[in-house]
Design a protein around this ligand. Structure first.
Ligand code: URA
Length: 433
């Protein structure tokens, strides 16, 4: 087999066989195929796409490039979730303890964030002592005992994705549905859970900009899931404005505890309700409305919050400073952003707010950058709210005062005010199975 012929075949829009796809991935992992050849093939895939069978074959070849987690010892009720990424997205911190308190098992590997804000693992590391690296037996024991464990993604989980993603990132080949779907699903399938709920984001703060695009991605991921005997549910949700009021790491943890305590911002609460009900429904094989009733009860009864603290303590975290009544853990310096006029907030650009938070130290520009867990932004007002001149729109937190000038400039560009109340936006567009 020659890589040249495979590139040429896809350039002419022809279907690749499973053997050809396996050859590309295995020879690339052995460094027998060069970056420029794989980059050409990726571009041909971007232009001519791949069908369902090719996408599933690519997913399989990627999974086989590394280790696969066997969660069969945890029984049938394992469930995982994934969000395609958004600003202020702390849903895992909320939905994982909710569903674990209802008899589902979450044994999860989670990524670190690159770019605007930290990932779930970064948010968890803002808790003193919390261990995000565990030995395989510790990982499984914790899942068995608490029904919930979250660690950083192992370097050997789908190594082919790491190599391919790095190449796609610099060759304008990220935006291809079969490539995105196989990248996400290879990691989810290799992580071992039987049920998978994917929160597919749409909007300015997401990489899918249209609902149609997000639906097509969702369908592709559901089909891959079926071919691997996994139950996949996709929630298509809005990411034009940040999710909730907090953007950063320790500030997002604080907001997650608020929601688990039955408080918290409406949109964030609604999304968490939808995602956790979908997880419980799929995992326990019960009707969605029955699952939703159980989820609401878990929050109102305090069961979900108790599970959250049990989990954090089991993974070594010091829970004394993160009680619902504790003082917010935040950086030393703060600056308020004050509105210069009256009006309704008619735009609150998620992406720009993410950049402002990153410039305060809450996100990484490069993989090796250190994150400031205590930096971030807490919004005082959100999309559609009325604000008066002189009122505080948001408070920024940083460990270095010199970071405020740039961050407030970026933040101010993210906000527009209007005389008339703006149209309400949908939060959940669709749930697809
Ligand atoms: N997230 C992933 O894991 N892979 C992609 O290709 C895009 C988003």
């Amino acid at each position: 087999m020659r890589i040249y012929d495979i590139i040429d075949k896809k350039r002419h829009g022809l279907k690749l066989s499973r053997a050809e796809i396996e050859f590309v991935i295995s020879s690339y992992m052995k460094n027998e195929t060069a970056d420029y050849q794989v980059a050409s093939l990726l571009m041909a895939i971007c232009i001519n796409s791949m069908d369902e069978e090719e996408t599933s074959d690519l997913t399989r070849a990627m999974i086989e490039s590394g280790e696969v987690l066997d969660l069969s010892c945890l029984g049938e009720h394992t469930v995982d979730k994934h969000s395609t990424g958004g600003i202020g997205d702390k849903t895992t911190l909320i939905v994982a303890p909710i569903v674990a308190s209802l008899g589902c098992t979450v044994a999860k590997m989670s990524g670190r964030g690159l770019g605007f804000t930290g990932g779930t693992v970064d948010k968890l590391e803002s808790i003193d002592g919390f261990k995000t690296e565990l030995e395989p037996n510790e990982f499984l024991d914790m899942a068995r005992e608490a029904g919930l464990v979250v660690v950083g993604q192992s370097a050997n989980l789908v190594p082919a994705d790491k190599k391919l993603y790095a190449l796609r990132d610099v060759t304008a080949t990220i935006e291809s549905i079969p490539l995105i779907a196989s990248s996400i699903m290879s990691k989810k399938i290799a992580s071992g859970s039987k049920s998978i709920v994917l929160d597919v984001k749409v909007g300015s703060g997401a990489f899918m900009k249209t609902v149609e695009g997000a639906k097509a991605l969702a369908q592709a991921m559901i089909k891959i899931g079926k071919s691997f005997d996994r139950r996949v549910t996709c929630v298509i949700s809005d990411m034009n404005v940040p999710l909730g009021y907090a953007v950063g790491n320790s500030v997002e943890l604080w907001e997650a505890i608020e929601v688990l305590s039955g408080r918290g911002e409406y949109n964030l609460y609604q999304l968490c309700l939808t995602v956790s009900s979908s997880m419980v429904s799929s995992c326990l094989n019960i009707d969605y409305n029955e699952a939703k009733a159980r989820v609401i009860d878990a929050i109102l009864s305090g069961k979900a919050l108790a599970k959250f603290y049990e989990w954090i303590e089991k993974q070594g975290g010091d829970v004394s400073k993160i009680q619902p009544s504790s003082k917010l853990l935040s950086a030393k310096f703060k600056r308020e952003i004050i509105s210069e006029s009256d009006g309704y907030i008619s735009s609150l650009d998620a992406q720009k707010i993410g950049v402002a938070s990153m410039s305060l130290g809450a996100g990484r520009v490069r993989k090796e950058d250190k994150i400031d867990h205590l930096a971030g932004i807490i919004l005082n007002k959100s999309y559609g709210d009325y604000i008066k001149r002189g009122e505080v729109i948001a408070t920024m937190y940083a460990s270095n005062e010199s970071l405020f000038d740039d961050a407030s400039k970026i933040f101010t560009e993210a906000i527009s005010l209007s005389e008339n109340e703006p149209e309400k936006k949908a939060l959940i567009y669709e749930i697809i199975k």
